[in-house]
Design a protein around this ligand. Sequence first.
Ligand code: HEC
Ligand code: HEC
Length: 241
Amino acid sequence: MKKLTTIATVLTFIGVSFSATTIAGGQVKDVKDWNTGEGEQSVAMKLAPNRENGIEVYEVCSACHLLEGWGMDNGTFPQLAGQHKNVLIKQLADIRALNRDNPTMYPFALPESIGDEQAIADVTDYIAKLPMNPNNGKGEGNNLALGQKLYKDNCVQCHMENGEGDQEKFYPKIQGQHYAYMLRQFEWIRDGKRRNANPDMVKQIAGFNDDDMKAVIDFVSRIPVPKSDVAPVGWINPDYD
Ligand code: HEC
Ligand code: HEC
């Protein structure tokens, strides 16, 4: 019962969070270095995670990212399951520090809502170990040869051969992620709207037009995820029975 109440409370708050947009948007900070590693990020990286608390904290997140951490095909909410822990810590810390705009999520991610750096360490460790969505959202599939070529020439050096990213370098895993979410992020990174973006990626994709962008993201959305990382179809997270 407690769980259901928490989720209902979170959902009630979503309406409120939109009015918080302007407040959060007003405190825009300039991010000179995309990954200083300072603040909560460096503290959370050093803490030993507590799984029980991770499960409890994640319940708040599940109102949007779903109990399985799979997000939504339409891209509103990204898949989090299976993402590198370091990447999750950085993104969560960036969102809390307003280095990455996320007005919808911001109120739920704050220390008052989930706790301090220990909560970051606990929930990210829990999420990183969740099995991934067996059926992520894909693009239209009509320009995959171009997408593959663009990927090889412009993305492999950071996101690796199969979109697996790099935990140590904070390069996100993009294999298995929803097409619509990635398209939005890619566009924001290209156009300078995602303030924690990696400046070398921004340079690398500066010449991409919208068709290039769709083709490469479509290709990425179809890169197979290793079987050992994927949940069976219809899997339900047993931690919230
Ligand atoms: C009210 C809805 C909502 C809640 C609750 C929420 N999120 Fe999010 N989250 C979002 C949205 C929307 C995005 C994508 C924002 C964008 O498009 O830039 C996001 C993005 C993220 C990202 C970035 C993912 C990536 O691939 O870069 C992380 C990490 C994340 N959320 C973690 C969490 C955690 C952990 C919690 C719980 C403490 C949480 N979220 C709660 C809505 C929510
Ligand atoms: C120089 C390294 C580099 C290159 C080249 C690069 N990226 Fe990235 N990419 C990153 C980093 C680092 C991030 C995360 C930045 C941050 O911390 O917010 C990222 C973020 C992303 C995201 C958002 C992921 C998420 O979970 O929110 C997508 C999608 C993406 N890259 C796709 C691509 C594609 C497709 C290409 C090639 C056309 C590419 N990137 C080239 C380093 C790179």
